[in-house]
Ligand binder design. Structure first.
Ligand SMILES: [Zn+2]
Length: 151
């Protein structure tokens, strides 16, 4: 579906998601003091290496960001646990739920567009969606949609 772009629905560059704040709060990551995410080579968008196993080369460039490790304010490295609850990045409609190799991927369509009219979608990988998270459902920013599948 192509929605005409008006000035109203062009993304405001200052519109920042509260995703991290929701993730930290819902999962009580602040109990140790949350300092920063840790991204090893292979965890960032377009990375070509793997960060697991023998740390070889990916078959295709990485198409996401792996939020997995963080540092607490005491300087200790920690990892997100299985069952960590995942909030929505922005309000949006669930448009697809498909299997991935560690769980399910949830595809969300947002009413946010760039200057060229491209619609923003976010995809949450390796999830166990909550039972109420179904195709066509509109979910608000910060609402919990899933837990992390087996890590
Ligand atoms: Zn990844």
């Amino acid at each position: 579906m192509k929605v005409p772009v008006t000035k109203k629905n062009v993304t405001n560059k200052t519109m920042k998601s509260q995703f991290i704040e929701f993730l930290v709060r819902h999962n009580n990551l602040n109990r140790f003091g949350f300092d920063a995410w840790i991204f090893y080579p292979g965890m960032l968008f377009n990375d070509l290496s793997t960060w697991w196993g023998d740390r070889g080369v990916r078959l295709r460039a990485h198409e996401g960001l792996d939020f997995c490790f963080y540092r607490d304010t005491g300087g200790q490295d920690r990892s997100l646990r299985e069952k960590t609850m995942i909030p929505m990045m922005y309000e949006g409609e669930i448009v697809r739920i498909g299997d991935d190799f560690l769980g399910k991927s949830i595809f969300v369509s947002h009413n946010i567009y760039d200057a060229c009219g491209n619609r923003l979608h976010t995809i949450y990988g390796h999830m166990n969606p909550y039972s109420g998270v179904t195709i066509g459902k509109v979910v608000g920013e910060g609402e919990l949609i899933a837990t992390i599948a087996d890590t």
